[in-house]
Design a protein around this ligand. Structure first.
Ligand SMILES: Cc1ncc(COP(=O)(O)O)c(C=O)c1O
Length: 765
């Protein structure tokens, strides 16, 4: 049986007679004994509640045997019906055997029989015969449970080949020849190393040609993700974006690009030689970034943007459009409408859904992602659609696992042509475990599993949000501060027709009704101006914890805790958030989340508050920071440092400058490709931050947060008192005053006490 060692045979028998000295008890025990004799590990449950716990906690089960009279039968057999429904809501294929007696036959309805696979007449069939049938069903299930490439890989790993091909560690044996190698081998384990193979292994196919089991795996992923074609990418969505952009854009062509784009989009522009016309996204008072509003995607707005662009004005039409959906902060647009709007302006629309691979699998996100509905659902005559998704970010896959999904429409690029771009960014030695994990992530989401797993993540995020809201309300009643989560404060309850506070809203409503998470125009909580009705939805699993400090109007509140301080404190306690902005910290509730994990976070937030309120000494709270920078922090407390930090943000007007900097697109002087060519030719100078005025950037400058290009390659840095440079200066001032809390600005490096950037020589900005 495939993967027997990695996927041990396990079955559950749920029967409350298991321990009884009765005929049914004896036959259940005999059956368990026969299964064990065949190498099956049997889990016994003698109550419905116990059986349910096993079903929920043990996805490795390969058969379930349920006694029809479990929990006494009670005439309605509600316990067994409930268990059957529970199993089928999570797994459509798991073999389920109903153990019954002939007299029970009239009670077995069509519904019950369609949820169970086989009936076992316990007092008539022999235990040997039934065990044989169970084992055969388990084997069939195991054959089908693994997706194609993973099945082939596990099968291959069992052949114990002598490897005469790359990689040079040859199934791990090379590591055994040195102490460091041995430690590496022990840590990662032999199985991973024996699965690290090369294209020389014919039977596993080829990623570059999409042949064999790898090709099958991509076709399988296309079915699961609703694409016409899918490409498994082992260089992350960074590579996926570069592939799509280099496949779609030729030098000089115009691309409509969300300014809130990942650096890989900028790299794709430089590689293809295209000219970006930037689409400005929305931002709110906390600096959270939302989608580009629909008004900026209309044909007229796009035509005007193109006409006003010094390098794009001559182009008749844009060739490609790329939107980030959802944003890092979890805001996603109405993708159906966005595709229609952009599709009027160009023939190919690309959604960078690095943060949204789970969207297809839960009704909350209906219509909010590129591959919505079935492949035929995209309107005829519409644009060709691309989605690039980081399977590894929010689904269960190894880092670097990503997919490109395609639905052909206007100016479709046939596979062979597209594949030339794919090969340009792919390696000839891909990591097979990454490909397998990409496919396993798809397998986990196939069928009912996708909605269950995504629903559980949403439910945990909702529970965490509610817990924080309750604590906040309780503390507010005592006149005390607490953190908040960024999200709706109240929602419409269709049951009552009224609006209920978030903390009291029924969980069933919050996890299922998209209206709860839609940003309604005019609602104060979200702070986004100029929204249209249904345009934008907050993905509940991206939870921004809001620190005190910024009012709804963007003004400074007297009490403020810059988020970097909270993050440093949490990290010192081994709690590592995804992203830290000015006054928000982002936590991802991906499908691996557990109650224990978020419970610990709630406790940590309460502990922080306690330490903050008593101004606990930094020497106790952040000892490594004080040891590294005694001059800056010795003798200070947590609260004292927060006050200093908050005052600096206020005095430097950093938030206002950030808003102004991102509200104004810099003037493009050279195309990204031309700027990059100057860099390659060395026609650049390293310029200190204080002397950037009037210069043209050869590289992009991307401060984290918010992680979107402040200045893109080829753009003018503007004047010294312009918003872009003033904002950079405010960041720099903070970095100098608070060592250990520096901002990352991609595109800059430290030299001689200054932040340096490459600017193009001899071109005025
Ligand atoms: C919007 C967006 N696109 C693409 C990427 C790149 O994804 P990956 O890390 O899978 O290369 C990221 C990474 O953060 C991202 O935020």
């Amino acid at each position: 049986v495939r993967g027997e060692r990695t996927f041990p045979l396990t079955a559950l028998i749920a029967d409350d007679a298991l321990g009884a000295v009765t005929a049914s008890g004896r036959s259940a025990r005999a059956l368990a004994g026969e299964l064990r004799a065949r190498g099956v590990s049997v889990v016994e449950a003698s109550s419905a509640a116990d059986a349910e716990s096993v079903i929920l906690s043990e996805p490795g089960l390969q058969a379930v045997l349920l006694d029809w009279s479990l929990a006494g039968g009670d005439g309605t057999h509600a316990a067994v019906r409930g268990l059957l429904a529970r199993i089928r809501s999570r797994n459509a294929r798991l073999p389920v055997f109903l153990m019954a007696e002939r007299d029970d036959a009239p009670m077995l309805s069509v519904e019950v029989m369609s949820q169970a696979d086989e009936l076992v007449w316990t007092l008539e069939d022999t235990a040997d015969f039934v065990a044989g049938r169970v084992l055969a069903a388990m084997r069939r299930y195991r054959e089908r449970v693994l997706p194609p490439f993973t099945a082939a890989l596990l099968e291959f790993a069992r052949t114990y080949e002598y490897s005469w091909h790359t990689p040079g560690h040859t199934g791990g044996t090379a590591f055994l020849k040195s102490p460091a190698g041995r430690a590496f081998f022990e840590h990662f384990g032999e199985r991973l190393l024996r699965s690290d193979l090369s294209v020389s292994v014919d039977g596993l196919g080829s990623l570059l040609d999409h042949a064999g089991p790898i090709g099958e795996s991509e076709r399988y992923a296309a079915r699961v993700f609703g694409a016409q074609r899918s490409y498994s990418v082992t260089g992350g969505t960074s590579a996926a974006n570069r592939i799509v952009l280099t496949a779609c854009l030729a030098p000089g062509e115009v691309a409509l690009c969300d300014r809130n784009c990942h650096t890989s989009v900028q790299q794709g522009l430089a590689l293809s030689g295209a000219v970006p016309v930037w689409l400005r996204p929305t931002r709110n008072h906390l600096g959270l970034i939302g989608p580009v509003p629909p008004q900026r995607l209309g044909a007229e707005a796009l035509r005007e943007a193109r006409a006003a662009h010094p390098l794009a004005a001559g182009a008749e039409r844009a060739s490609h459009a790329v939107l980030t959906n959802s944003t890092y902060d979890g805001l996603c647009c109405d993708a159906v409408r966005a595709a229609a709007l952009l599709g009027a302006a160009c023939d190919r629309v690309h959604f960078d859904e690095a943060w949204f691979a789970h969207a297809r699998f839960h009704p909350l996100y209906r219509g909010r992602h590129a591959m919505h509905g079935e492949p035929g659902a995209s309107p005829p005559g519409g644009p060709t659609l691309f989605a690039t998704t980081s399977t590894h970010k929010l689904l269960a896959a190894l880092s670097q696992a990503s997919f490109i999904h395609v639905r052909d429409g206007r100016r479709a690029i046939e596979h062979q042509r597209f594949n030339e771009a794919f090969r340009m960014h792919a390696t000839t030695s891909p990591q097979y475990a990454v490909i397998a994990s990409n496919e396993v992530a798809a397998a986990m989401m196939e069928g009912p599993g996708g909605a269950v797993l995504t629903g559980e993540a949403i439910a945990e995020a909702v529970a965490f949000r509610k817990a924080v809201a309750r604590l906040r309300a309780e503390l507010a009643a005592r006149g005390e501060w607490f953190f908040d989560t960024w999200g709706p404060e109240e929602v419409a309850d269709p049951a009552t027709g009224g609006r209920v506070p978030f903390a009291q809203a029924p969980e069933a409503l919050l996890v299922s009704d998209p209206a709860c998470w839609t940003l309604r125009p005019g609602d104060a909580w979200h702070g986004f101006a100029g929204l249209e009705g249904d345009w934008c939805l907050l993905d509940p699993i991206k939870v921004s914890v809001v620190c005190p400090g910024v009012g709804r109007d963007g003004g400074h509140e007297p009490l403020g805790i810059p988020a970097m301080l909270l993050t440093a404190w949490l990290e010192a306690r081994a709690i590592v958030p995804e992203k830290t902005a000015d006054y928000t910290v982002l936590f991802l509730f991906s499908i691996g989340v557990t109650k224990g994990k978020w419970g610990t976070l709630v406790n940590a937030l309460l502990d922080f508050k306690e330490a903050f309120d008593r101004d606990a000494p930094l020497a106790d709270e952040l000892p490594a920071l004080v040891a590294a920078h005694p001059g800056a922090y010795e003798g200070l407390g947590l609260r004292g440092l927060a006050e200093r930090m908050h005052a600096q943000v206020s005095e430097s007007r950093r938030l206002a400058l950030q808003e102004a900097a991102f509200a104004e697109l810099p003037r493009p002087v050279l195309s990204p490709r031309e700027a990059h060519s100057r860099l390659v030719r060395g026609e650049v100078e390293a310029v200190p931050a204080g002397r950037l005025a009037g210069r043209v950037l050869a590289v992009g400058l991307v401060p984290y947060p918010p992680g979107i290009p402040l200045l893109a390659p080829g753009e003018s840095a503007g004047s010294a008192d312009g918003a872009h440079l003033a904002y950079l200066a405010a960041l720099r001032d903070w970095d100098r005053r608070f060592p250990g809390f520096s901002h990352e600005v991609h595109g800059q490096w430290e030299e001689g006490g200054d932040a340096m950037t490459y600017c193009v020589t001899g071109v005025a900005g």
